[in-house]
Design a protein around this ligand. Structure first.
Ligand code: ZN
Length: 427
């Protein structure tokens, strides 16, 4: 059901006509500091936006038990978001095309010290064609792209001739449970598209990610009486040393991997947060370290977890302090596997044509060494999932920004993709 060039051109022009509105919609999203647990307002905004477009809107909470039972469910800790998931549902007059899930996450990572930003993190300043702000690139611009790609169809009197689910999720930056929850709720389609920032490329594969907290405890004494090695913070550093060795081992093992073998260092261990001790003159009795590590697509999260636990246990046995005070490893976030998008799907072909039509270049593919919600649709729905989006910079860092010309181009690609994949009918 390939669409003709005149419809492609009309859609591209329609995206351009709606772009000022799309920019201000994106700015509204950026103004809401939707860090983990604080996504209620932005989800309310999304629900209203989808309802005002005539969609049925399903707003629902995480089902902790269903998540815990599912092999792709990540651990639900006390810091897990309680914000709802929002799904807007478009139903066609007549279902003649292929159904589609458009997905985006509205949670953002913490902004860090505000004084390290050139402009305030939640002020969506536009400068030289870039919109700045935490979440502007990852991935509020992408969420807006999906909504405005559908608007572009409506502006020229058309709508998808198949069911389209617009899913606005949370917990993408910490567990992936938001995306999993849409699967558990029962939503299914023939393909999914997620407009994560991707430099206008298609993600071919990504890695699994695990979060864990390492806790070391001991007996506090006065510094005057401290023996060697009885300091929980010092001991935690030694465990980190052992984990770094494991990290090198795991990276050495990736050399023969058909996709990630060419990558220099795909498996990154991040020591993301550290706290411990109570007093400068007391030997610390406790230390907690929050870590993140990746695993190859074919490795199960459970398998990766076993390697880490074994590494910590083995090292502790060899350490005089830790042998008597074994560290505790707690899985407190991501427990998610990676995925590989098989080449040659109809969905990929359809996106390739839309991309070529708008961008004028072949669609390039990329490997991502981070977590992506795409894994839920690839692994559990078993459908082609297209992780494709605009150019953005410094996400998870300071001065995050998204390129507006790129946002407009990729929105036009997505609009054409929807028209081609779902087919169109008059509004
Ligand atoms: Zn993202």
């Amino acid at each position: 059901m390939a669409i003709d060039q005149s419809l492609r051109d009309r859609l591209t022009n329609s995206v351009a006509a709606g772009f000022p509105g799309q920019v201000s919609f994106t700015q509204d999203l950026v103004r809401m500091p939707s860090t983990r647990g604080n996504e209620h307002t932005v989800q309310d905004y999304m629900a209203r936006a989808l309802r005002s477009r005539g969609m049925d809107v399903d707003v629902f909470a995480m089902d902790d038990e269903a998540i815990a039972r599912h092999p792709g469910g990540s651990r639900i800790s006390s810091t897990h978001s309680r914000a709802p998931i929002v799904v807007g549902i478009h139903r066609p007059r007549k279902e003649t095309g292929r159904s589609l899930i458009l997905q985006g996450h509205v949670d953002v990572v913490p902004e860090g010290p505000a004084d390290m930003w050139a402009t305030p993190p939640y002020d969506p300043v536009i400068r030289d064609g870039w919109m700045h702000g935490r979440g502007a690139g990852d991935m509020k611009a992408g969420v807006a792209s999906a909504v405005f790609a559908l608007d572009a169809l409506r502006r020229i009197g058309l709508q998808p001739a198949a069911t389209v689910y617009m899913q606005s999720v949370v917990e993408e930056e910490s567990t992936g449970n938001g995306a999993l929850m849409t699967h558990l709720r029962g939503y299914r389609a023939d393909a999914a598209l997620i407009a994560e920032p991707g430099n206008e490329g298609l993600t071919r594969a990504n890695l699994g990610v695990l979060w864990f907290q390492l806790e070391v405890r001991g007996i506090p004494v006065h510094v005057a009486n401290m023996g060697t090695g009885a300091n929980a913070i010092d001991a935690a550093y030694r465990v980190v040393g052992a984990l770094r060795k494991l990290e090198e081992e795991l990276n050495a093992e990736t050399a023969s991997h058909p996709l990630f073998g060419s990558h220099l260092h795909p498996i990154n261990l991040n020591i993301g947060k550290i706290e411990g001790g109570d007093w400068a003159s007391s030997v610390p009795a406790w230390c907690r370290i929050d870590c993140r590590i990746a695993c190859l697509p074919e490795t199960s999260a459970a398998e990766a977890a076993r390697r880490i636990e074994a590494c910590v246990t083995d090292f502790a046995r060899s350490d005089s302090f830790l042998a008597n005070n074994p560290p505790r490893v707690e899985w407190n976030g991501f427990f998610a596997e990676g995925y590989h998008l098989e080449p040659g799907s109809e969905a990929e072909r359809t996106l390739t044509e839309a991309h070529r039509s708008v961008i004028g270049q072949p669609l390039e593919t990329r490997l991502v060494t981070a977590y992506l919600d795409a894994r839920v649709y690839a692994l559990y729905d078993r459908i082609p999932v297209l992780n494709y989006g605009c150019t953005a910079e410094n996400y998870h860092g300071f001065d995050e920004r998204v390129n507006l010309a790129s946002v407009q181009r990729t929105t036009a690609v997505i609009a054409q993709f929807i028209a081609d994949w779902c087919g169109v009918e008059p509004v």
